[in-house]
Design a protein around this ligand. Structure first.
Ligand code: SF4
Ligand code: SF4
Length: 314
């Protein structure tokens, strides 16, 4: 008799996923308490949508009443930097290629179709970083990795450079065990964060994080804060770059969708400031950066380039 869990793992690997794990569907009680505390402290800043669907986030039965399992799929996107030029706007590695939402959702749909062809009565709910699902919590439970002190998930082979996709299903599977936390006494990410956004091990005040300011936040950023952005104009990889699990150990991705592009190692400030809509769409075609829109990206550039920008406009 074939083992469905193993078959799903094989099918997922054939579709390009680097890791697949299974967790039993159950309420995320501890995670729910932590989420509530995090929201009370307003660490979500202006990301008000995180306050919505709080109950659904921590209870898979509110998404699928008969849920039995959570399938967690991860895909490696790591490519090393090839330039350390400091006159350019830096872009977070996760946005170097195709928009991961689209890529992973497509792969999860294919995987689900294969599963459904064997289990025609089964139900599956697919989610990629946009619905009321705590991906990192499920990934920990499914043995994909541990949450580092910077709050991002880490794995011994892939470091933290991987995307997550989730399928909640009413099929029973063989569940993985959580992996050991390997951060030990290391504090490198906390010490390296220029805006002190990691307020305690494992607790991120997102409203102080450069990624938040350059991706989610709309409005003026206080210059005292933006002076610390170190030329990051879309996301920030500082805490991940210093992590020993990324520095030496992380495998390079072989996913064609995540091959670096022309802009991956940064874009000249002036090039972005003088860009028109058509040039923006061409350069960042199908990438997550498109979500920020040209105007937003130009604001980000002005935040880190303001000294020269102000001079230019005198
Ligand atoms: S992404 Fe940057 S700003 Fe945010 S916690 Fe990491 S180092 Fe700090
Ligand atoms: S830098 Fe150190 S403490 Fe931070 S996530 Fe990596 S191993 Fe953990």
């Amino acid at each position: 008799m074939s083992n469905l869990s193993e078959d799903i793992r094989t099918l997922g690997t054939e579709l390009g996923f680097s890791m697949i794990g299974f967790a039993k569907a159950e309420p995320l009680i501890q995670e729910g308490v932590q989420l509530q505390d995090w929201l009370v402290r307003k660490y979500n800043g202006t990301m008000n949508w995180l306050e919505k669907n709080e109950k659904e986030r921590t209870n898979p039965f509110l998404i699928m009443p008969n849920a039995k399992s959570v399938i967690v799929c991860a895909i490696n996107y790591h490519h090393p930097e090839t330039s350390k030029c400091h006159t350019i706007g830096k872009i977070s590695k996760y946005a170097w290629a195709e928009d991961y939402h689209t890529v992973i959702k497509g792969k999860l749909k294919e995987l689900w179709n294969l599963i459904a062809s064997r289990k025609p009565d089964a139900n599956g709910f697919i989610e990629v970083d946009s619905g009321p699902v705590m991906e990192k919590a499920w990934a920990q439970r499914a043995g994909i990795g541990w949450q580092g002190k910077h709050s991002i998930l880490l794995n011994q082979e892939y470091g933290s450079w991987f995307f997550l996709g989730i399928i909640i299903t009413d099929i029973e599977l063989q569940y993985n065990s959580p992996v050991e936390n390997m951060c030990g006494t290391c504090m490198l990410c906390i010490d390296a964060c220029p805006t002190n956004a990691i307020v305690a091990p494992y607790v991120l005040n997102a409203s102080n994080c450069i990624s938040y300011f350059t991706i989610e936040y709309r409005g003026e950023v206080d210059k005292e804060v933006s002076n610390k952005f170190d030329n990051w104009i879309f996301g920030c990889d500082i805490c991940q770059n210093v992590c020993p699990w990324n520095q030496k150990k992380a495998k390079i991705s072989n996913a064609p969708e995540f091959m670096p592009r022309e802009y991956s190692n940064g874009v000249e400030f002036e090039k972005i400031l003088s860009m028109n809509e058509a040039e923006f769409n061409l350069l960042f075609n199908n990438s997550s950066i498109k979500r920020r829109k040209l105007e937003g990206l130009q604001e980000n550039v002005k935040n880190v380039y303001h000294k020269k920008y102000e001079k230019r406009n005198l």
